[in-house]
Design a protein around this ligand. Structure first.
Ligand code: NAI
Ligand code: MG
Length: 366
């Protein structure tokens, strides 16, 4: 078998977009000889309805065993009043935490046919393909001390930016590994001019590079300058690696370079297992979209591109990932559009399944 995949469709449009991914996985089995060992389970509100918890222990154990976990989306109005401890998003947080997924990969890829959706000029973004790697499990969102304390006669709110050498080194390795499968370049962003953690970040990334990845081209940039460069000429970058806070901001900026939420995939990777494959969770950036759930309006491309990332980064099937991305590019160039991609054009939209049909047809022709 090529490897094991655990599918967690979740709530709202999650199952609708995941149904199209299943068809594509089946296509790879039938036409390209990739025999994935696929199983499916519950997460989020769906798991709460069945088990009273947003992620059952048994599902957690299966996720730990799988080569790749594909997740749809969790949450919805039905679950908004639940106790915090069993809210649907706790299921997702538990997966990220227990799998120790420290590298969050957010590609910003702009298909030519959609370049007019960008908030930037067409020539700045058309054909863009960059990857932001955000450290996800440490930094200022987790560092101690944290809290609101009383100091004299007023209160003070405190968070601590804290990174150990090993935390920096492991996310740097993720970025260098990715660069080797992509354009061979990494730009590391911090604020070494004003932050101690930034000084250490720069030093450790440089050391990991020099000792283990001298073949990758490494540059460093202050994160504020990086934000400017990202909107001025984003095509100068290949892989950007940065901390949790800067990555939160920079990945949202990058998302807006490319347009619709229905197009954005992501991956979260952890440490390599014994077979060399990293712990991995792939999911679209969007949520469960209750406003359009059950109507066949959801764009499945974000979820499909998340599977393309799994092909590339979990299964080392870069050629097949390219094939799937090219099929998506082809249907977009042909003018196939779910409602979210319509803009001013006024063509008739296709349904979620219609988009799946078109992508399968393009795969057949590839
Ligand atoms: P959302 O991403 O679900 O939807 C925002 C807007 O984008 C909506 O108008 C929606 O219709 C549209 N949209 C999203 N994905 C689309 C797609 N594939 N095709 C076409 N249109 C799409 O974010 P929102 O509305 O803030 O949250 C809805 C629920 O999803 C909440 O319960 C929230 O907690 C949850 N959520 C879950 C996430 C996850 O599972 N990772 C991430 C974000 C939100
Ligand atoms: Mg954010």
């Amino acid at each position: 078998s090529t490897g094991s995949i655990l599918i967690l469709p979740g709530d709202g449009i999650g199952p609708e977009v995941m149904a199209q991914v299943r068809r594509i996985i089946d296509w790879y089995g039938a036409k390209r000889g990739l025999s994935f060992d696929v199983s499916e389970d519950l997460v989020g509100g769906a798991a709460y309805d069945a088990h009273g918890v947003p992620l059952a222990d048994e599902t957690m154990a299966r996720a730990q065993e799988a080569d790749a976990v594909l997740l749809g989306a969790v949450g919805g109005p039905k679950y908004d009043d639940l106790d915090f401890s069993v809210k649907p998003e706790r299921g997702l947080l538990r997966l990220r935490k227990e799998m120790d997924l420290y590298a969050n990969l957010r590609p910003a890829q702009c298909f030519d046919a959609l370049a007019d959706f960008s908030s930037l000029k067409r020539d700045v973004v058309a054909g863009l393909d960059i990857m932001i790697v955000r450290e996800l499990t440490s930094g200022v969102y987790f560092g101690e001390p944290r809290g609101i304390f009383t100091e004299g006669n007023e209160r003070v709110g405190i968070n601590t930016q804290r990174y150990t050498e090993s935390e920096i080194a492991r996310v740097a390795r993720s970025a260098f590994e990715l660069a080797r499968k992509r354009g061979g370049k990494v730009c590391s962003m911090e604020k070494a001019n004003v932050m101690e953690s930034g000084i250490l970040w720069r030093e450790v990334v440089q050391k990991v590079h020099d000792e283990e990845y001298p073949d990758v081209e490494l540059s460093h940039m202050y994160a504020d300058a990086g934000a400017m460069q990202l909107t001025r000429w984003p095509k100068q970058f290949d892989v950007i690696v940065t901390d949790n806070l800067f990555g939160d901001l920079l990945s949202d900026v990058a998302a807006m370079l490319t347009g619709s939420l229905g197009m954005l995939p992501s991956a979260s990777l952890g440490a390599p297992a014994a077979n060399g494959r990293p712990k991995a969770l792939y999911e679209p950036v969007h949520g469960s979209a209750p406003d359009i759930a059950g109507q066949g309006k959801a764009n499945p491309i974000a979820c499909i591109l998340s599977f393309a990332m799994a092909l590339r980064y979990s299964f080392d099937e870069g050629v097949e990932a390219d094939r799937l991305e090219a099929a998506v590019e082809k249907v977009l160039a042909d003018g196939v559009r779910t409602p979210d991609l319509l803009g001013e054009e006024g063509t008739d939209p296709v349904t979620t399944e219609g988009m799946g049909d078109a992508i399968l047809k393009a795969l057949d022709a590839s």
